[in-house]
Design a binder for this molecule. Sequence first.
Ligand SMILES: Cc1ncc(C[n+]2csc(CCOP(=O)(O)OP(=O)(O)O)c2C)c(N)n1
Ligand SMILES: [Mg+2]
Length: 574
Amino acid sequence: MGVSTISENCTAAVIARFLKARGVERVFGLCGGHIMPIWMRVDKEGIRIIDARDERAAVHMAHAHAEITGSLGVALITAGPGVTNAMTGIANAHIARAPVLVLSGLPPTLQENRGALQDIVHTDLVRSITRYARTVREPALVLQELDEAVSRAFGQGGDPGPVYLDFPANTLRGDVPKVLQLEEHFRPKAHAVLPPDPAAVAAAVDLLWSARRPLVISGRGARNAGSQLQRFLDRLSGVYLDTGESRGLIPEEHPSVVAAVRGTVLGEADVVMTLGRRLDFQLAYGSPAVFGAARFVRISETPSELRDNRRGAVEMLASPAAALDAIVKAAGERESAVDRSWAKGLRAQHEARSVKLRESMAAAPPGRDGRMHPNRLLAALQEKVPANATVIADGGDFLSFARVGLSPGTYLDPGSLGCLGIGVPFAIAASLAQPDRLVVVATGDGAFGFNAIEVDTAVRHRVPLLIVVANNGAWQIEVYDQATAYERVVGTRLQHADYAAMARAFGMHAERVAGAEDLPAAIDRALANRPALLDVLVTADAVSSDAKSGLASVPDLQPLATWDDAERKWRRQE
Ligand SMILES: Cc1ncc(C[n+]2csc(CCOP(=O)(O)OP(=O)(O)O)c2C)c(N)n1
Ligand SMILES: [Mg+2]
């Protein structure tokens, strides 16, 4: 062959060495000629390649790797349809603000614009869903582009999120001059700590420590500040809500945790502190219609989480861990004005509701079709799944049930993009990143279908995950919306397809379960034979809280019907 990648100084080799130097142990990808030089060099560096069956799944995997480890997730995808397939995954990482590096190829520059195979301008396609999207044609500039892209991915100077680079095939084969292979570009960069402004710290202490009913809400940006947050909550004695983005950050036993009475808390708090959390649709956009006259303290090291929708009485562009430490230190021995009986009352309500939920889940009656309630399945799973397990929830109704019904150590779901299909790919990356933990996918049958082929990837790479499909033969949350709002159901019913047989075709242990009494033994067998899939027939009659709240019907002003009503009323007043 005339073209080869044998030179130790070719661009592809330098890219692979860069990834190695940055501590990348595995990349997720799908091969193609336009990236072959990188693919082969990455392997030669001893970086493991997890070869997926769709570029979208590969990017979902890189995304989950980033979420779970806090380090860079890397996806290696080919040109043209490789990039267009990947776009859903990139968009999801963009909304989630996850540090993902996507690398792709291009036809050789000598064929540019001549109608070459897979020639399409990728950077234009991904521009709006990446922090940085560039084509690198000059080998001499490859290292500085990689270095910059990774810094942007981690949000140095902006928001974190996915970044994209591609390289024409001839660039990958071209040599990077030795003198330009500078150590400063290879060297891993420490995450810069943004110290809080002392004046803002003093103002935050004044506001929080004089509040009667302070509420703290954490999100993505708080993930590495768990111990600092716990100390802060111990001192303040306010109440606390995690959100999907930072689920499990504070242990359930902590007296500030009041997740089960979220709706009440939002309306009662007088000071609300957001820590690395956007005031997005899950938090009613921070609207006064829902939060009343509460004043806000906004803390984040990321602009998008600092002042979206509501301005803070105090705003701190600072690293959450450093900010919390500074606040606790500045508060010193000062006694907070928190209404202890209010906080205690909410905690008691939370505990009572949680206990009631557990009891009612295990006893949930079957539907009119005689099939088991999804909560029966979740109760059986909760019994068997260790407390430190990672759960990936996916689907419509079933996601809604699983979010409440399972209490794992780590939790991921489709996030604010509502990106159905992340289940299996997220779980593959999560399991590889946490080999000592059980990783469970709890997915609706519809959601499972998008990336169902990735059971093959799990088998080939011996990834010991457990997939549980809640098979109600429908995109059920949409069925419910149609039936209640339109009195007609169209294009939302599926079949009770045999997903267990499908998984067995790829060599996975799989069983179909129809009876709730058969679940414990089936779960035991599945846990002992991972990777495994359980295809569990559940009733379509179960109405989830997301279905009831009107989330699926997309009201005009707010995501939930009650918030929408409140917002309407509030806007009408003069
Ligand atoms: C990629 C994508 N397509 C469509 C939707 C709209 N959607 C949201 S929930 C849902 C139904 C999910 O069905 P399933 O996974 O079977 O869960 P179920 O509601 O039946 O429990 C659909 C179609 C979406 N969020 N994402
Ligand atoms: Mg379904």
